[in-house]
Design a protein around this ligand. Sequence first.
Ligand SMILES: [Zn+2]
Length: 110
Amino acid sequence: MYIVKKQLEIAGCHRLDLPYNSPCTNVHGHNWKITVHCKADTLNEQGMVIDFKHIKEAVHDYLDHGNFNELLPFNPTAENIAKWVCDKVPGCFRVDVEESTANIATYIRD
Ligand SMILES: [Zn+2]
């Protein structure tokens, strides 16, 4: 099995829809660090699991400097973002979304 890991840095803003008082319900920004893990049993014709460039195009180029509430059709929590990224990238089985060094969500496809 081959595994590749692509790290992306994405600037953007969001606000969370929460049923309790939280500063996160106000629009605020993050420099998200998103790590995308992909695997394959065999390599493609180019000798890759997936081209790192295609991961960047699918995730970074869509979200960077954007308003996640406008770009994504769900409450843009780190957990929901991780699942969305995993669904978007072929061969992806794990995504880590880091809002800060202390706040990290991981989605793993079973
Ligand atoms: Zn936030």
